[in-house]
Design a protein around this ligand. Structure first.
Ligand code: TRP
Ligand code: SF4
Length: 346
């Protein structure tokens, strides 16, 4: 299943192994994304041939009735990625809908995917039940994992860095690749998931950090907002007074220390909290002292990019062009394998 730090199948050019990953532009990226994905992507761009997609069509599968913010979400996501250290000279950053080959491959794959495979994907029923206020009985939502498979297979990517929650989608992607290859001949490598062990990054209420819970610390939050979010963050609920000893093991602030603070600070908080040697406000200020140096340069680059929107758009246009070249080559192979190639009609 998932593999840690293992190189995937080499790209068709026989160079660095090829990586694809992406996110749905449904809102700002937060510090959970930074630790769980972006920092890893930044490392991968020097060792792998990387494609990073802003998956706007994926956003439509659930947000089809609410597209007013889609365009700005796409640009803001690009800004978050660039500010976090993705370098357009070393990786391909693009918007899914700018590379129409994703849609063509999605259509071709949709012909060979049994409905039962889609209905049994755990996220399908779960999200239909959890996400209220939107009708998710649409065709596109059921087909979400087929579109995701097309994103990956259209680059014949060998490695897909994703969170644990995406592994079922990846397994389905492999099954789709296998089915295609069995029906029409070998075109697609079976991609491997790349899950890196990331520290837990809880939100300010102690639940999983998520923009939909309103508990996220976003990369776009100003310094003061980060400060007030941390200072009002939940702690060990049993620690009511400064003189009460606390238990860092149940405190989400301690999780953030483990993700962002030095080992020495983590060790000291672990001891001092338990014997009421420090108060929660001290502890949180200490955390801010470690979090700010991570966020400040990102915020600074974000501010620069905010006023260079044309530059961001140029980066996305160039990324789409590079992505399209690879995607078009794959589609030529897929069409030929399926006897769809126009050349064959002469
Ligand atoms: N489904 C992913 C998510 O919700 C986003 C995504 C779309 C993706 N296409 C992808 C991730 C291809 C990896 C590969 O986070
Ligand atoms: Fe949590 Fe720190 Fe307070 Fe302990 S001192 S309960 S770790 S915030």
């Amino acid at each position: 299943m998932s593999q840690d730090g293992v190189a995937g199948a080499a790209s068709s050019t026989g160079e660095k192994p090829r990586v694809l990953s992406g996110f749905r532009p449904t809102g700002p990226m937060h510090i959970g994304h930074l630790v769980g994905a972006l920092e890893n992507w930044v490392k991968l761009q020097s060792t792998h041939e990387c494609y990073f997609a802003i998956c706007d069509w994926h956003a439509l599968t659930s947000e089809y009735a609410n597209t007013a913010d889609l365009r700005s979400n796409v640009i803001e996501m690009a800004i978050d990625w660039l500010a976090s250290g993705l370098d357009p000279e070393r990786c391909v950053i693009f918007v899914q809908s700018h590379v129409k080959e994703h849609a063509e491959l999605h259509l071709l794959l949709s012909m060979i995917v049994p409905l039962s495979w889609l209905e049994r994907v755990p996220t399908y029923k779960e999200q239909q039940q959890q996400i209220t206020g939107r009708d998710l009985t649409n065709y596109g939502f059921l087909g979400y994992p087929v579109l995701q498979a097309a994103d990956i297979l259209v680059y014949r990517a060998g490695l897909v860095p994703v969170g644990e929650d995406q592994l079922a989608h990846l397994e389905l992607c492999r099954e789709i690749a296998r089915r295609f290859n069995t029906l029409y001949g070998q075109v697609f490598p079976e991609p491997q998931g790349l899950t890196t062990r990331a520290p837990r990054v809880p939100g300010t209420d102690g639940r999983k950090m998520s923009k939909s819970y309103g508990n996220a610390i976003s990369l776009s939050d100003p310094k003061e907002a980060v400060r007030s979010k941390i200072l009002t963050m939940v702690t060990d609920p049993a620690r009511k007074r400064r003189s009460d000893p606390g238990n860092p093991d149940v405190c989400p602030v301690f999780d953030l220390h483990k993700a962002f603070s030095s080992a020495a600070t983590v060790a000291r908080v672990d001891v001092e909290c338990r014997r009421a040697g420090i108060g929660c406000v001290d502890c949180k200020n200490d955390l801010l002292g470690h979090l700010e140096p991570v966020l400040a340069p990102i915020r600074e680059r974000r501010n620069e990019l905010q006023v260079q929107r044309d530059r961001v758009r140029d980066i996305l246009a160039a990324g789409a062009q590079r992505a399209r070249r690879e995607a078009a080559a794959t589609l030529a192979l897929a069409r030929e394998a399926m006897h769809l190639d126009p050349e064959g009609c002469r």
